[in-house]
Ligand binder design. Structure first.
Ligand code: SF4
Ligand code: SF4
Length: 316
């Protein structure tokens, strides 16, 4: 039966083993870990409309992770022999964390590529951080990429989400990164309903105007994110869905990554299934990477909406 209502049916996404209709819920195995994410803390220098992790200058639900804690997980990576290629950092605004440069160096020194998600605003532009980034780029050229949040290619739309003057600040930061030769990617949003082609053309023009070496047509270099609406109704994902949709369980994020977070008041960091569900207790898999090797039950609307269905439906 097709879902008719727009609001989420409360009978859905309750039991990790079975769906509301009693069918076996789909699970995903950590088949080929490629990326280990660290959340550096939820504090952010700004407060955007619809920030999926509810970051702000006062939200410290996830506190600053330390370089020593990151090192400990990098040791575990060696022990577990995960085939990880990349260490990625997200926030909040990662450059608010006083140990961001040290954490990045720790990952680069072990041979990983590093990705940092940032708004490229004032926290990144502090003198000490810029000196740190320049040093890392000199020591590990091309191994560090900063993915900058540019919600929309136009100043007006971007500032609607992020506050007046935000676009100009971010472009300033990107110009500094350009001059420092530090590789950049961009994360944009699709909230405005323009076509993907129009959106990519807009980003291409922005990059050309400022001499940014970013490919607007490469979905890995200019990543366009859909909006996350928790309330909309979505079908549940059963084990039969993979075949019906011709989607492989290996294609979803929890098959190839995990995220380490530190909750306020917690003695130790915890490992989550993915970056999309930082506050859902069921997706916290344990304190160690070994504990986090277990399968993930797709028991959240985000699993259906963002990871598996991609706009399609597999409910009969
Ligand atoms: S800059 Fe990023 S982390 Fe900070 S409030 Fe905006 S969307 Fe959230
Ligand atoms: S939202 Fe669900 S399916 Fe998607 S990566 Fe996270 S746990 Fe996996």
């Amino acid at each position: 039966m097709k879902d008719q209502s727009n609001t989420l049916d409360p009978a859905k996404f309750r039991d990790p083993r079975v769906t509301a209709k009693g069918e076996q819920r789909a699970t995903v195995a950590l088949g080929d870990p490629q990326t280990l994410w660290f959340n550096t803390g939820t504090l952010c220098n700004i407060e955007c409309v619809n920030c999926y992790i509810e970051s702000s200058p006062t939200n410290d639900a996830l506190v600053y992770i330390t370089a020593a804690e990151v090192e400990e997980y990098l040791d575990q990576l060696d022990q577990r022999q995960w085939n990880v290629r990349e260490i990625a950092f997200t926030g909040g605004e990662p450059f608010m964390n006083p140990e961001m440069i040290d954490m990045t160096r720790a990952a680069l020194a072990r041979g990983y590529e590093v990705l940092i998600l940032t708004n490229a605003m004032r926290p990144m532009m502090r003198k000490s951080v810029r000196a740190g980034l320049e040093g890392l780029q000199a020591e590990y050229p091309g191994k560090l990429t900063l993915r900058i949040s540019v919600d929309h290619w136009s100043q007006d739309m971007h500032d609607t989400e992020r506050g007046k003057g935000a676009f100009a600040r971010t472009v300033e930061g990107m110009e500094w990164l350009r001059d420092a030769g530090i590789p950049m990617a961009v994360a944009g949003r699709t909230v405005w309903g323009e076509t993907e082609a129009d959106s990519r053309a807009g980003y291409a023009a922005l990059y050309a105007r400022h001499g940014f070496d970013i490919d607007a047509n490469d979905p890995g270099a200019t990543v366009l994110f859909p909006e996350m609406d928790d309330r909309a109704d979505v079908p549940e994902i059963t084990t039969a869905c993979w075949g019906i949709l011709d989607v492989s369980p290996t294609s979803v994020m929890c098959a190839s990554s995990r995220m380490v977070v530190k909750r306020r008041g917690a003695a130790k960091p915890a490992v989550l299934a993915c970056t999309l569900l930082p506050y859902a207790p069921e997706f916290e898999l344990g304190e160690t990477l070994e504990q986090a090797e277990r399968d993930v039950a797709l028991n959240h609307p985000h699993c259906a909406k963002f990871c598996v269905l991609g706009g399609a439906s597999c409910s009969g």
